[in-house]
Design a protein around this ligand. Structure first.
Ligand SMILES: CC(C)(COP(=O)(O)OP(=O)(O)OC[C@H]1O[C@@H](n2cnc3c(N)ncnc32)[C@H](O)[C@@H]1OP(=O)(O)O)[C@@H](O)C(=O)NCCC(=O)NCCSC(=O)C[C@H](O)C(=O)O
Ligand code: MG
Length: 281
């Protein structure tokens, strides 16, 4: 049963109160951020606060630590910190341009799975090779940095992002990796967030990165199968099994054909619903 990543909440590692609060928040995963959410002067203290926070009980929530890039003055210390601590489920590397960026962190953090921030034009062009890296488990879209690099404008339909989102999505799916959509900055705009979550779900993302607890419920709902989808999945499986017993390769449900590929999707929907129920405990 694959772990769900509907809601992946960033928390600045300098914010001890927020890291404590996250133990009870309904997030599928937490990104403890040592990178952009932490001011330069606070970086060493944030690492210490994170070491303390990682002794907390986060239950089934995945614990992902975003380090600073190795080209910065903090990156190597962050990587050594993760390598020595062994308390994170994954290390998230920012601004990954190519698989070589993963190799460099892999050498410093030998035992922890790696995730990649996909947020540079080179990263988009090398997405397939990055996704193929044997240590990589997940990709996170960094749509703020990508917009900055592209000099693109923010639009509700995210048209300027579509090429990058699509390339990373294809790369992740081709190599069986988790892929999570970028953040929605206007954290008080529920309708805007809901629309962007729906778009990400329609595209095939596993979930959305978030910046505020108020965004969790919307993402959890958008990226979970609906009751109607679960009901349809059950009926498709039943109908196909009945058809198969009669030696047929095709069933019909609600006026639409059901073949073995649809049954595979239906089974994944049910597995996903089960995994989400298990998260809720
Ligand atoms: C955006 C914020 C600065 C807002 O903070 P604040 O004004 O303190 O919010 P509230 O007063 O509404 O907070 C209410 C309570 O919720 C807790 N809280 C707030 N944010 C979080 C959080 N992210 N996780 C857990 N808990 C949180 C507060 O502590 C309050 O709790 P209580 O004391 O019980 O009342 C702030 O939300 C924030 O800093 N968000 C995260 C910003 C961040 O991490 N940014 C970096 C990631 S985005 C990025 O870099 C994407 C990518 O790289 C790209 O390029 O796109
Ligand atoms: Mg970024």
């Amino acid at each position: 049963m694959a772990r769900p990543y509907r809601s992946v909440l960033y928390i600045p590692a300098a914010n001890a109160r927020a890291m404590e609060k996250a133990q009870t928040l309904p997030a599928d995963a937490i990104i403890f951020d040592l990178e952009d959410a932490v001011a330069p002067a606070e970086k060493p203290a944030a690492r210490d606060a994170l070491a303390a926070a990682l002794t907390n009980d986060y239950g089934a929530r995945a614990k992902i630590v975003r380090i600073n890039g190795l080209t910065t003055e903090w990156g190597r210390a962050d990587a050594h910190f993760c390598g020595a601590l062994h308390r994170a489920d994954a290390v998230l590397i920012p601004k990954v341009d190519s698989p070589a960026d993963l190799d460099r962190v892999a050498a410093l953090v030998p035992d922890t799975p790696l995730w990649a921030m996909m947020e540079t034009p080179l990263g988009m062009l090398n997405a397939a090779q990055i996704a193929a890296h044997p240590r990589l488990e997940g990709m996170v879209m960094g749509t703020n940095d990508l917009a900055k690099e592209l000099n693109s404008r923010f639009r509700p339909d995210r048209l300027p992002m579509q090429a990058g989102l699509g390339l990373c999505l294809l790369a992740a799916k081709a190599h069986g990796k988790v892929v999570v959509d970028g953040v929605f900055n206007a954290f008080k705009d529920d309708e805007g967030l809901r629309a962007e979550c729906e778009q990400g779900r329609d595209m095939g993302f596993d979930g959305k990165t978030l910046i505020h607890p108020a965004q969790l419920a919307i993402a959890n709902q958008a990226f979970a199968p609906t009751e109607a989808e679960i009901d349809l999945a059950r009926r498709q499986i039943d109908a196909f099994e009945a058809a198969s017993a009669e030696g047929k390769g095709v069933a019909v449900v609600d006026g639409k054909i059901v073949e073995n590929l649809h049954v595979e999707t239906a089974r994944k929907t049910l597995d996903r619903a089960k995994a989400i129920a298990a998260m809720a405990g």
